[in-house]
Ligand binder design. Structure first.
Ligand code: GLP
Length: 244
Protein backbone atom coordinates (compact mmCIF):
# COMPACT_ATOMS: atom_id res chain seq x y z
CA UNK A 1 0.00 0.00 0.00
CA UNK A 2 1.23 3.48 -0.78
CA UNK A 3 0.81 5.90 2.09
CA UNK A 4 0.61 9.67 1.73
CA UNK A 5 0.42 11.88 4.80
CA UNK A 6 -0.68 15.50 4.54
CA UNK A 7 -0.75 18.30 7.08
CA UNK A 8 -4.51 18.83 6.67
CA UNK A 9 -7.56 17.06 5.18
CA UNK A 10 -7.83 19.97 2.70
CA UNK A 11 -4.35 19.27 1.29
CA UNK A 12 -5.18 15.57 1.17
CA UNK A 13 -8.43 16.34 -0.65
CA UNK A 14 -6.58 18.32 -3.30
CA UNK A 15 -4.17 15.40 -3.81
CA UNK A 16 -7.06 12.92 -4.16
CA UNK A 17 -8.93 15.20 -6.56
CA UNK A 18 -5.81 15.57 -8.72
CA UNK A 19 -5.63 11.77 -8.98
CA UNK A 20 -9.32 11.66 -9.90
CA UNK A 21 -8.74 14.31 -12.56
CA UNK A 22 -5.96 12.18 -14.05
CA UNK A 23 -8.45 9.31 -14.37
CA UNK A 24 -11.24 11.51 -15.74
CA UNK A 25 -9.15 13.03 -18.50
CA UNK A 26 -7.54 9.76 -19.58
CA UNK A 27 -10.70 7.77 -20.34
CA UNK A 28 -13.65 8.39 -22.64
CA UNK A 29 -16.19 7.17 -20.05
CA UNK A 30 -14.48 7.18 -16.68
CA UNK A 31 -16.15 5.46 -13.73
CA UNK A 32 -15.66 6.84 -10.22
CA UNK A 33 -16.70 4.83 -7.17
CA UNK A 34 -17.77 7.32 -4.52
CA UNK A 35 -18.13 7.41 -0.76
CA UNK A 36 -20.03 9.50 1.77
CA UNK A 37 -19.28 10.65 5.32
CA UNK A 38 -17.30 13.61 6.59
CA UNK A 39 -13.99 12.27 5.27
CA UNK A 40 -14.48 12.68 1.50
CA UNK A 41 -15.86 16.23 1.80
CA UNK A 42 -12.45 17.93 1.18
CA UNK A 43 -12.03 15.66 -1.85
CA UNK A 44 -15.42 16.75 -3.24
CA UNK A 45 -14.59 20.41 -2.55
CA UNK A 46 -11.35 20.07 -4.49
CA UNK A 47 -13.05 18.19 -7.33
CA UNK A 48 -15.75 20.87 -7.62
CA UNK A 49 -12.96 23.41 -7.71
CA UNK A 50 -11.29 21.53 -10.58
CA UNK A 51 -14.65 21.49 -12.40
CA UNK A 52 -14.90 25.26 -11.95
CA UNK A 53 -11.39 25.51 -13.41
CA UNK A 54 -12.44 23.61 -16.54
CA UNK A 55 -12.60 19.87 -15.76
CA UNK A 56 -15.41 18.34 -17.83
CA UNK A 57 -17.40 15.67 -15.97
CA UNK A 58 -20.20 15.21 -18.48
CA UNK A 59 -18.94 11.76 -19.53
CA UNK A 60 -18.12 10.58 -16.01
CA UNK A 61 -20.17 7.81 -14.44
CA UNK A 62 -20.37 7.68 -10.65
CA UNK A 63 -21.32 4.67 -8.56
CA UNK A 64 -21.79 5.15 -4.81
CA UNK A 65 -20.92 2.53 -2.25
CA UNK A 66 -24.02 2.49 -0.14
CA UNK A 67 -27.30 3.97 1.08
CA UNK A 68 -29.45 3.67 4.19
CA UNK A 69 -32.57 1.56 3.93
CA UNK A 70 -35.79 3.47 4.53
CA UNK A 71 -34.59 7.02 3.88
CA UNK A 72 -36.15 8.66 0.81
CA UNK A 73 -33.66 10.31 -1.58
CA UNK A 74 -34.69 13.80 -0.43
CA UNK A 75 -34.12 13.00 3.26
CA UNK A 76 -31.34 15.33 4.47
CA UNK A 77 -29.35 12.39 5.90
CA UNK A 78 -29.73 10.14 2.86
CA UNK A 79 -26.60 9.58 0.84
CA UNK A 80 -28.55 10.72 -2.24
CA UNK A 81 -28.93 14.12 -0.61
CA UNK A 82 -25.32 14.13 0.58
CA UNK A 83 -24.04 13.54 -2.95
CA UNK A 84 -26.32 16.22 -4.38
CA UNK A 85 -25.13 18.73 -1.79
CA UNK A 86 -21.42 18.00 -1.99
CA UNK A 87 -20.88 17.10 -5.63
CA UNK A 88 -23.71 16.56 -8.09
CA UNK A 89 -25.30 20.01 -7.79
CA UNK A 90 -21.98 21.76 -8.42
CA UNK A 91 -20.67 19.97 -11.52
CA UNK A 92 -21.85 18.97 -14.98
CA UNK A 93 -22.22 15.31 -13.97
CA UNK A 94 -25.35 14.07 -15.69
CA UNK A 95 -28.06 12.73 -13.38
CA UNK A 96 -28.47 9.61 -15.49
CA UNK A 97 -24.74 8.90 -15.01
CA UNK A 98 -24.91 8.98 -11.20
CA UNK A 99 -25.82 5.82 -9.30
CA UNK A 100 -26.63 5.20 -5.65
CA UNK A 101 -28.42 2.14 -4.24
CA UNK A 102 -32.14 2.70 -3.75
CA UNK A 103 -32.82 2.16 -0.07
CA UNK A 104 -36.56 2.51 -0.71
CA UNK A 105 -36.79 -0.30 -3.29
CA UNK A 106 -39.80 -2.55 -2.81
CA UNK A 107 -37.58 -5.56 -3.42
CA UNK A 108 -34.18 -5.02 -1.82
CA UNK A 109 -32.98 -8.32 -3.26
CA UNK A 110 -33.74 -7.12 -6.79
CA UNK A 111 -32.11 -3.80 -6.03
CA UNK A 112 -28.90 -5.59 -4.96
CA UNK A 113 -28.95 -7.62 -8.18
CA UNK A 114 -29.55 -4.49 -10.27
CA UNK A 115 -26.59 -2.81 -8.59
CA UNK A 116 -24.31 -5.78 -9.26
CA UNK A 117 -25.29 -5.68 -12.96
CA UNK A 118 -24.47 -1.98 -13.00
CA UNK A 119 -21.06 -2.67 -11.43
CA UNK A 120 -20.44 -5.45 -13.92
CA UNK A 121 -21.29 -3.19 -16.86
CA UNK A 122 -19.26 -0.24 -15.53
CA UNK A 123 -15.99 -1.42 -13.96
CA UNK A 124 -14.74 1.20 -11.52
CA UNK A 125 -11.58 3.04 -12.55
CA UNK A 126 -11.04 4.81 -9.24
CA UNK A 127 -12.74 3.95 -5.95
CA UNK A 128 -12.80 6.53 -3.15
CA UNK A 129 -13.19 5.03 0.32
CA UNK A 130 -13.53 6.30 3.85
CA UNK A 131 -13.24 4.01 6.85
CA UNK A 132 -15.58 3.53 9.78
CA UNK A 133 -14.18 3.67 13.32
CA UNK A 134 -14.61 -0.11 13.41
CA UNK A 135 -12.81 -0.60 10.09
CA UNK A 136 -15.84 -0.87 7.84
CA UNK A 137 -15.59 0.11 4.17
CA UNK A 138 -18.82 1.11 2.50
CA UNK A 139 -21.09 -0.56 5.03
CA UNK A 140 -19.17 -3.85 5.05
CA UNK A 141 -19.16 -4.27 8.80
CA UNK A 142 -16.73 -6.39 10.85
CA UNK A 143 -17.95 -9.98 10.78
CA UNK A 144 -16.75 -13.56 10.64
CA UNK A 145 -17.12 -13.33 6.86
CA UNK A 146 -17.23 -10.56 4.30
CA UNK A 147 -19.82 -10.64 1.52
CA UNK A 148 -18.57 -10.34 -2.04
CA UNK A 149 -21.55 -8.70 -3.72
CA UNK A 150 -24.08 -5.96 -3.04
CA UNK A 151 -26.17 -6.86 -0.02
CA UNK A 152 -28.38 -5.64 2.78
CA UNK A 153 -26.54 -5.19 6.06
CA UNK A 154 -27.66 -4.65 9.62
CA UNK A 155 -25.52 -1.84 10.98
CA UNK A 156 -23.37 -2.46 14.03
CA UNK A 157 -24.05 -0.61 17.25
CA UNK A 158 -20.78 1.38 17.01
CA UNK A 159 -21.59 2.46 13.44
CA UNK A 160 -25.04 3.65 14.48
CA UNK A 161 -23.55 5.50 17.46
CA UNK A 162 -20.94 7.14 15.24
CA UNK A 163 -23.49 8.12 12.58
CA UNK A 164 -26.02 9.31 15.20
CA UNK A 165 -24.25 12.70 15.15
CA UNK A 166 -26.11 13.46 11.92
CA UNK A 167 -29.57 12.55 13.24
CA UNK A 168 -31.86 14.14 15.84
CA UNK A 169 -31.61 11.07 18.08
CA UNK A 170 -30.20 7.54 18.10
CA UNK A 171 -33.75 6.28 17.39
CA UNK A 172 -33.73 8.08 14.04
CA UNK A 173 -30.55 6.35 12.80
CA UNK A 174 -31.43 3.70 10.20
CA UNK A 175 -30.56 0.17 11.31
CA UNK A 176 -29.96 -1.24 7.87
CA UNK A 177 -28.25 -0.26 4.65
CA UNK A 178 -27.49 -1.54 1.17
CA UNK A 179 -23.79 -1.72 0.42
CA UNK A 180 -21.51 -2.81 -2.37
CA UNK A 181 -19.65 -5.95 -1.35
CA UNK A 182 -15.90 -6.27 -0.87
CA UNK A 183 -15.30 -8.06 -4.15
CA UNK A 184 -16.86 -5.17 -6.06
CA UNK A 185 -14.63 -2.76 -4.15
CA UNK A 186 -11.53 -4.86 -4.83
CA UNK A 187 -12.34 -4.97 -8.53
CA UNK A 188 -11.72 -1.23 -8.85
CA UNK A 189 -8.59 -0.56 -10.84
CA UNK A 190 -7.30 1.90 -8.29
CA UNK A 191 -8.39 2.70 -4.73
CA UNK A 192 -7.87 5.75 -2.52
CA UNK A 193 -8.59 5.10 1.17
CA UNK A 194 -9.04 8.42 2.97
CA UNK A 195 -8.95 8.85 6.75
CA UNK A 196 -8.55 11.98 8.83
CA UNK A 197 -8.48 12.86 12.52
CA UNK A 198 -7.24 11.20 15.72
CA UNK A 199 -10.27 8.91 16.03
CA UNK A 200 -9.15 7.02 12.91
CA UNK A 201 -5.49 6.53 13.97
CA UNK A 202 -5.90 3.13 15.68
CA UNK A 203 -8.07 1.56 13.00
CA UNK A 204 -5.80 2.82 10.22
CA UNK A 205 -2.78 1.26 11.95
CA UNK A 206 -4.67 -2.05 12.21
CA UNK A 207 -5.96 -1.95 8.64
CA UNK A 208 -2.61 -1.00 7.11
CA UNK A 209 -0.08 -2.77 9.35
CA UNK A 210 -2.10 -5.60 10.89
CA UNK A 211 -3.13 -8.97 9.48
CA UNK A 212 -5.90 -9.28 6.92
CA UNK A 213 -8.96 -9.98 9.06
CA UNK A 214 -12.67 -9.99 8.37
CA UNK A 215 -13.25 -8.17 11.66
CA UNK A 216 -11.17 -5.29 10.23
CA UNK A 217 -12.79 -5.11 6.78
CA UNK A 218 -10.46 -2.39 5.47
CA UNK A 219 -7.48 -4.71 6.01
CA UNK A 220 -8.59 -6.65 2.92
CA UNK A 221 -7.37 -3.68 0.88
CA UNK A 222 -3.84 -4.96 1.56
CA UNK A 223 -4.60 -7.59 -1.09
CA UNK A 224 -5.24 -5.00 -3.80
CA UNK A 225 -2.39 -4.01 -6.12
CA UNK A 226 -3.08 -0.30 -6.31
CA UNK A 227 -4.22 1.28 -3.08
CA UNK A 228 -3.10 4.65 -1.80
CA UNK A 229 -3.91 5.45 1.83
CA UNK A 230 -4.39 9.22 2.10
CA UNK A 231 -4.03 10.49 5.67
CA UNK A 232 -3.59 13.63 7.69
CA UNK A 233 -0.99 13.90 10.43
CA UNK A 234 -3.50 12.82 13.10
CA UNK A 235 -4.87 9.71 11.44
CA UNK A 236 -1.27 8.66 10.65
CA UNK A 237 -0.16 8.74 14.29
CA UNK A 238 -0.21 4.95 14.57
CA UNK A 239 2.09 4.47 11.59
CA UNK A 240 5.56 5.38 12.81
CA UNK A 241 8.05 5.47 9.98
CA UNK A 242 5.39 5.84 7.28
CA UNK A 243 6.47 7.83 4.24
CA UNK A 244 6.06 11.56 4.76
C1 GLP B 1 -20.38 5.71 6.80
C2 GLP B 1 -20.17 5.31 5.35
C3 GLP B 1 -18.73 4.91 5.08
C4 GLP B 1 -17.79 5.94 5.67
C5 GLP B 1 -18.00 6.02 7.16
C6 GLP B 1 -17.05 6.95 7.87
O1 GLP B 1 -20.58 4.65 7.65
N1 GLP B 1 -21.00 4.24 4.95
O2 GLP B 1 -18.54 4.78 3.69
O3 GLP B 1 -16.46 5.61 5.36
O4 GLP B 1 -19.33 6.46 7.36
O5 GLP B 1 -17.62 8.21 8.01
P1 GLP B 1 -16.84 9.51 8.35
O6 GLP B 1 -16.04 9.85 7.14
O7 GLP B 1 -17.91 10.53 8.61
O8 GLP B 1 -15.98 9.22 9.53
Amino acid sequence: MNIRIFATPQEAGIYAAAIAEGVLVSRPRPVLGLATGTTPIPFYEALVNLYRCGLDMSHTITINLDEYIGLPPDHPQSYHDFMRQHLFAHTNLRTEHTHIPNGMASSLQEECERYDRLLHDHPIDLQILGIGVNGHIGFNEPNHLLLARTHVVRLREETMRSNARFFASMDDVPREAITMGVQSILQAERILLLAFGPEKADIIAEAVRGNVRTDVPASILQLHRRVTVVLDAESARGLPGAIR
